[in-house]
Design a protein around this ligand. Structure first.
Ligand code: BTN
Length: 325
């Protein structure tokens, strides 16, 4: 857990980014002694923040960093609940696993688990999610909506919309959605979403939304077999991208759409989702566990189920599949 003092110290310093703030003022604003301020400043420097100090003038924040530390993520987090409790880890099997445990331990709604590296990142349909160190965003968010479990797939779609908008905010890149959970840039995968839940037959207890974003990988960071189907934001944009800003924007949009969803239902989000979707209106092949279906993707239902019309005019409801366009 980040120290509350360091969090408020950072917001005081960033509110006066151009000017020095005296130790006395910081002590008053944070409610601790000047010696304590000095110690917390040292801690922040160790976390990678560049803070200048000058005799008789005080402290000045020169540069924030892009390390995925709790303080760095909280500074600039514009949400009320989502991403307000953050667990940052260096190397884990899977952030999904950690989030499931935290969910059972009564962690609050909005808890975000984020790791620099996953050794056994999980994808959909029991696939492996390649999560090399320090390059991408590997995170799992805990929500506790009072809803029946059938509603869970909608959260994959809500998250997809939030991520598309976050990527636009930070990188001005136009991402498309391929049902149900692939985000594509120039036809290659940029983000995957995995929604898992703890529930009984009537009610969701916790929903774990796993988001894997390929951000700063270079081509050499992808295994050979992924190079033709996956890419990173920095490869496509040609520059390094701030991971902390992306996390903050994803949380911001997700909180907004979660609220809209709870107040107005799925329809407004469905419309947005369809406007970003590549497959709708196209002739597609859906590979399900029960075989292959081809036809035109008509759209999605209010439950997030894909509707596919085959050549005979029969409309099929697809709950889970890989789509080829
Ligand atoms: C997919 O496209 O198949 C979904 C990929 C989801 C990957 C993310 S990375 C963070 C979280 N932890 C995991 O082990 N998986 C999800």
């Amino acid at each position: 857990m980040a120290s509350k003092i360091r969090e408020s110290l950072l917001s005081s310093l960033s509110a006066h980014q151009e000017t020095y703030v005296s130790g006395q003022q910081l002590a008053e604003e944070t409610g601790c002694s000047r010696t304590a301020i000095w110690k917390h400043i040292e801690e922040l420097r160790n976390e990678g923040f560049t803070i200048e100090s000058k005799k008789k003038r005080g402290y000045r924040l020169l540069k924030t960093n892009d390390q995925l530390t709790e303080n760095n993520l909280l500074l600039g987090m514009e949400t009320k609940a989502l991403g307000r409790t953050i667990v940052v880890m260096d190397s884990v099997d899977s952030t999904q696993k950690i989030a499931h445990t935290l969910a059972q331990d009564k962690a609050p709604e909005g808890t975000l688990v984020i790791a620099e590296e996953q050794r056994a990142g999980r994808g959909r349909m029991a696939r492996v999610w390649h999560s090399p160190k320090g390059t991408g965003i590997w995170m799992s968010l805990l929500l506790r909506p009072s809803l029946p479990p059938q509603k869970a797939p909608q959260f994959t779609l809500i998250t997809a919309v939030a991520v598309v908008q976050a990527i636009w905010d930070v990188c001005q890149l136009d991402v498309e959605i391929k049902w149900p959970n692939d985000l594509l840039l120039n036809n290659k995968k940029i983000t995957g979403i995995l929604t898992e839940l703890q529930a009984d037959s009537e009610q969701i207890h916790s929903l774990i939304i796993g988001i894997g974003m390929n951000v700063n990988q270079e081509k050499k960071d992808f295994p050979e077999e992924l190079l033709s189907i996956a890419t990173s934001l920095s490869i496509e944009k040609g520059e390094k991208i701030s991971r902390s800003e992306l996390v903050q924007r994803v949380m911001y949009h997700l909180e907004r759409y979660y609220q809209i969803y709870l107040e107005k239902g799925f329809t407004p989000i469905k419309l947005l989702w369809e406007s970003y979707a590549v497959s709708i209106g196209k002739y597609i092949t859906a590979r399900t566990l029960n075989g292959e279906l081809t036809g035109v993707a008509l759209g999605i239902t209010d439950d997030g189920v894909l509707l596919l019309e085959d050549e005979k005019g029969t409309v099929h409801s697809i709950y889970s599949a890989d789509i080829e366009i």
